[in-house]
Design a protein around this ligand. Structure first.
Ligand SMILES: NC(=O)c1ccc[n+]([C@@H]2O[C@H](COP(=O)([O-])OP(=O)(O)OC[C@H]3O[C@@H](n4cnc5c(N)ncnc54)[C@H](O)[C@@H]3O)[C@@H](O)[C@H]2O)c1
Ligand SMILES: O=P(O)(O)OC[C@@H](O)[C@@H](O)[C@H](O)[C@H](O)CO
Length: 381
């Protein structure tokens, strides 16, 4: 069985690649970074280390990598032959991979190829739907009908802390032992099949996606932005600060209370989930930098993302959201110059002020009560 995976980064190699390999797939990574492509092709394998299993090394073999820039023909051939196609390039990059994927799917369709499962393993709501939309809008666009006759598009909730260390200029994935990959069952080519071993197959993906993004990633981002504001380097350091720890728990709980109104989760279940996540993210050996967890703040401060999303839902249910508002405000102070999105927000704030920034990046207006809470928390930091 053959798999194509776009993006040989931390999650690509460290999580999805590992699961695909353990499910019996030969994997072709489509990756823009030349060093990573050369590293994988040198031995047709790569190493992964499992942090909280005494840095146990796993060797993932039967893999190769191609660059969509210098070797697009090979990438297209791999797409034509694939039994499954997955991505983990970051949602902002989905429009950038759409061209190559569209070309491959078009040729596959022209050759009367079989339907293939296509899954976007990104931290976002319904990332596979976003990829499908990008495929209808890119230069080599396919129509909805063409896409439905060549692909099946299940959405995915993806959870594993995947980091890396650098060895000779190559990022080597280091992952935690726990993971959860939940796949939208009814959208699979064969809903009774389980193509990726170790994944869960669910009918009600929405509640898992929301719990992942609005509780886990919500708390993670809160720790990152509050930690950054206090010049603390890692999530471990941030959570060791009593005031930050209390704010992170409070923000996660504001989100969890809202979720008990929206989904059949009980308060006890979500509290257990919160405690489990806190334990995972505060593991000392992770050395997970606040700048990684806070990365791409334009995406993270967006209306539907991990902080504004639950804060707006809490507002709709007339529930408290002050801690979420404070986390969003801290996100607007994230001025890490190496992060392009952070630099853009800071320049915008300098020229236009915080109110206009909250309107632009979080898509809120002054008539939303949350708007005023964010602005006043921002001015108080
Ligand atoms: N790292 C984690 O703990 C984690 C956990 C769950 C979900 N995620 C999600 O997984 C996705 C990837 O995150 P990551 O941490 O692995 O990031 P990463 O930066 O380590 O990996 C992304 C990879 O995609 C490649 N890439 C970018 N644009 C590309 C393109 N146009 N074509 C081909 N390759 C391209 C990059 O070169 C990089 O190797 C994100 O959506 C993230 O939110 C990450
Ligand atoms: O990947 P991002 O930028 O959406 O979010 C940063 C972290 O919160 C994230 O990568 C977590 O480590 C991951 O979602 C754990 O499953």
């Amino acid at each position: 069985m053959k798999a194509v995976h776009f993006g040989a980064g931390n999650i690509g190699r460290g999580f999805i690649g590992e699961l695909l390999h353990n499910s019996g797939f030969e994997i072709t990574f489509i990756e823009v970074d030349k060093h990573t492509v050369d590293y994988i092709n040198k031995t047709n394998s790569y190493d992964v280390y499992i942090i909280n299993d005494n840095y146990r090394k796993e060797v993932i073999d039967n893999v190769c990598a191609v660059s969509p820039i210098t070797d697009e023909k090979k990438a297209i051939d791999a797409i034509i032959a694939a039994d499954i196609i997955t991505t983990s390039v970051c949602v902002d990059n989905l429009p950038k991979i759409a061209g190559t994927l569209a070309k491959g799917l078009k040729e596959r369709l022209a050759k009367s190829g079989s339907k293939v499962n296509i899954l976007s393993c990104e931290n976002a709501f319904y990332a596979t739907d976003m990829l499908k939309k990008a495929l209808t809008e890119c230069k080599f666009a396919l129509t909805e009908e063409e896409l439905d006759s060549i692909g099946c598009f299940p959405n995915v909730a993806v959870d594993r802390i995947a980091l890396s260390t650098e060895q000779d200029g190559i990022r080597i994935p280091q992952i935690e032992i726990s993971f959860e990959l939940v796949i939208e069952k009814n959208k699979l080519k064969d809903p009774s099949s389980q193509p990726i071993k170790g994944a869960e197959y669910a009918d009600n993906l929405g509640m898992y996606l929301e719990r992942k993004l609005y509780v886990f990633n919500c708390g993670h981002a809160t720790a990152a932005y509050l930690g950054y504001a206090k010049k603390l380097p890692t999530i471990y350091d941030a959570l060791n600060d009593k005031a930050i720890y209390a704010s992170v728990v409070a923000a996660m709980r504001e989100s969890a209370v809202m979720m008990t109104k929206k989904f059949p989760f009980t308060t006890e279940e979500l509290e257990t989930f919160i405690q489990k996540i806190l334990k995972r993210i505060s593991l000392k050996d992770l050395h997970d930098e606040v700048t990684r967890v806070g990365r791409s703040p334009i995406r993270k401060l967006g209306r539907k993302d991990r902080l504004v999303g639950p804060a707006m839902l809490a507002q709709e249910y007339a529930l408290p959201n002050e801690h979420l508002a404070a986390a969003i405000a801290a996100g607007y102070h994230f001025d890490y110059a190496e992060d392009e999105q952070a630099a853009e927000i800071q320049n915008f704030i300098k020229s236009n002020g915080i109110e206009k920034a909250v309107e632009k990046y979080s898509q809120l207006t002054s008539s939303d009560p949350l708007f005023g809470k964010i602005v006043s928390a921002y001015n108080n930091i």
